[in-house]
Design a protein around this ligand. Structure first.
Ligand SMILES: C[S@@+](CC[C@H](N)C(=O)[O-])C[C@H]1O[C@@H](n2cnc3c(N)ncnc32)[C@H](O)[C@@H]1O
Length: 294
């Protein structure tokens, strides 16, 4: 990694602190009831420890259960490859829950990182239910354009519905990250957020090439995902949190974005915090002159 600076790393700590506090209070209440009914004094610390363990196990089971229930592979031959999410409403709820109510703040950090400006053409690869594109609408203004590519028809449909409900013009297409249905040099900014850990390595590499192909000279790419396997112990972002738990440490399967983006001609590749401790962002800026590299 050539350079690294943190934009904003809102910690997941407050959420975890709330879980600790709730289980502590629950344990103390149970202990008080037990002692009032004649139990020994040491039942108090025991009840607190049991409450802490149970609260963590329940939270983990809930998050893993919901994650598994949402995800499925693409159907049939020729279908986009990757883990597709087929429960859009559940997905939106889960992102809200996992971000501890700070989703808007987290997504604003990503838009800031990509320096999304008025009039920009923005593409979101694996756009899910389109939340990032909707957040980008105010920044790009009426002169800007917003597009998304999403492999799961259910997610794409919800993205279109949400955009229609908000009166935002968004071009959401069903397709795969490694075969983007857009002409060369169509976008100023291309995002892929929380997507790469859903893709096999060869699809990740294909997606990076496609993202580069559809980018205009001077364009920016921002990828937000779990920490890479080789990031562990790197300081910001380490810990993985609930996102990592759901995906069983899938961050270790991510390709080397930084190296790939450089070999695709990026002038500058930097690593950043992504507004949540469990996530990292890579930003690549491409030269203002010249076309797609490699
Ligand atoms: C965790 S969601 C992220 C959605 C969105 N980018 C966000 O930030 O909320 C990953 C998305 O990637 C989609 N996906 C999986 N494989 C894909 C592929 N080959 N091409 C495009 N999208 C894909 C899934 O269906 C899912 O909607």
């Amino acid at each position: 990694m050539s350079s690294s600076h943190t934009v904003s790393t809102a910690s997941a700590q407050p959420r975890h602190n709330r879980l600790l506090l709730l289980s502590l209070v629950g344990g103390l209440v149970v202990a008080a009831i037990l002692i009032a009914h004649g139990a020994a004094w040491w039942s108090a610390p025991l009840a607190v420890v049991v409450a802490l363990v149970l609260a963590h196990l329940l939270a983990l089971a809930l998050v893993i259960g919901v994650g598994v229930a949402m995800t499925r592979s693409g159907d049939g031959e020729g279908a986009p490859r990757g883990e597709l999410i087929r429960r859009p409403r559940l997905y939106d709820w889960m992102v809200r829950a996992l971000s501890g109510g700070r989703e808007a703040e987290m997504r604003a950090t990503w838009l800031e990182l990509a320096d999304v400006r008025r009039g920009d053409a923005v593409l979101d690869v694996g756009c899910g239910t389109g939340t990032l594109l909707l957040a980008a609408a105010a920044r790009v203004g009426p002169q800007g354009t917003l597009a998304g590519v999403e492999a799961a028809p259910e997610m794409a449909a919800r993205a279109r519905d949400k955009a229609a409900a908000e009166g935002v013009a968004v071009d959401v297409r069903e397709g795969s990250a490694d075969t983007l249905p857009f002409a060369d040099g169509s976008f100023d900014v291309v995002f892929a957020t929380l997507v790469f850990h859903h893709l096999p390595a060869d699809v990740q590499l294909g997606a990076l090439q496609e993202m580069r192909r559809v980018l205009r000279p001077g364009g920016r790419v921002v990828i937000v995902d779990l920490p890479h396997g080789h990031d562990h112990g790197h300081g910001h972002g380490h810990g993985g949190g609930l996102f990592s738990m759901i995906h069983g440490g899938a961050g270790g399967r991510l390709v080397d974005f930084d190296g790939e983006l450089r070999s695709l001609g990026a002038a500058e590749v930097t690593r950043h915090g992504a507004g949540m401790r469990a996530l990292h962002a890579t930003r690549a800026v491409f030269p203002a002159t010249g076309g797609a590299g490699r």
